[in-house]
Design a protein around this ligand. Sequence first.
Ligand code: UGA
Length: 445
Amino acid sequence: MAKISIIGTGYVGLISGACFSEIGHHVTCVDLDEVKVNNINNKTPPIYEAGLQELLDKNVGVTLFATNDLQDAVLNSDYTFIAVGTPYKGDYIDLTFIKESAKQIGQVLKDKSSHHTVIVKSTVIPKTTSDVVKPIIEKYSQKNIGTDIGLVMNPEFLREGVAIDDFMNPDRVVIGGFDEHSSKLVKSLYDFYFDTDYVLTDTTTAEMIKYSANSLLATLISFSNEIGNLCATVGVDSQEVERGVCLDERFSPFVNNERVFPTSIKYLEAGCGFGGSCFPKDIKALHAFGEKQNLNMQMLNSVININKAQPQQIISILKNKVLNYKNKKNILILGAAFKSNTDDIRESATIPVIEMLLEMKFKISLYDPVAGKNMHKLFKEKIFLEDSLASSIQTNDIVILMTMWDEFFDLPNIINKIKPDIDLIDGRRQIGKNSVKNYFGIGLG
Ligand code: UGA
């Protein structure tokens, strides 16, 4: 079993740490934030993620530890993952935390005699590992990367809400090594447990793979949203159009005489836009990086712009389709999280929708099974936080569905029982279009 230290106990750092500890490695998570460190050591997950509580319960104090002592954690491990934040600052990603981590790791490695491998897990723009991290570590450790110290870029492909399952059953592990030896070492952390495809490559290719993967998924979403908006305008249903398109064998091949629909097809459904801590930031960062290389990044520019405009579609449906909408003052928003199974509201499409509705002087109630409190912290007394789905239907005139929580599949039953005349705007096309009387879906004519 390997000894691993992980710098940064944000989403990626903590999930990776908890999963590595579950498979038996000895893991020390490092964070400056004492509250987070104490929470982890007390088995209290600082974030909501399915299965995380169970992993902390089982492994904290056994194979998983948290500390704010970076020096001790690095000295007593053979691998250090850098999993700190890379916030987007207008037209570049801020590498302050990456640089600081590299510096501190370098300072510790100066006094460490055995071989150590540093792994960049954070999402960083191409060439960051080779041109930023490497020279800093070499400067402060006074050692050479490739001989004394290993350096690898190993991006993560975890989806919030199912991150633990994604980690334990990876579709691929990308290992971009500065040298072959460090790639092999990092592969050994994974391949003892996982039967998966490995991409063994260089650091810059690994960085490009991560950005390209997210950019492709975001592009599918913006493409589908643009087509969905057009479908609504010409009076057809985007779901039917999508089905007709996806029955092309190239999207849904026959395997053993049965048609198989890949999960990527999910990204071809029209909706109210993507959010979260990854897509919006990553697409903007790659776009800005491309422009700095003097490329006209037209496709990514459109992906960003389409997504920014998409929440406006909810308002258009309200104005153009809901009868007497001006006399209906109480609106219930269902869903605060940027997607289901998380309490994360970062860049959630619900935020601009609430802002626009408040501007139009509607009274807003919000219900989300997990993330409601976080949205309430943002809007405070401007919105009312509901505590159950059924009770919130009675007091409102219009329902707007923004996040696809499983609980909302029950919406037709509740509406038909309690208030069949209520208007439902479905921003995710989660509910059958004929299941309630006044249904208005995104991408639906
Ligand atoms: C995304 C990628 O899917 C992961 O592979 C990647 O590791 C991660 O970013 C990351 O870079 O860390 P995540 O942001 O958790 O994961 O969520 P997704 O399930 O991909 O959804 C992202 C956004 O797209 C959500 O707002 C979701 O509602 C939206 N979306 C998704 C749509 O609007 N339409 C769809 O059809 C699918």
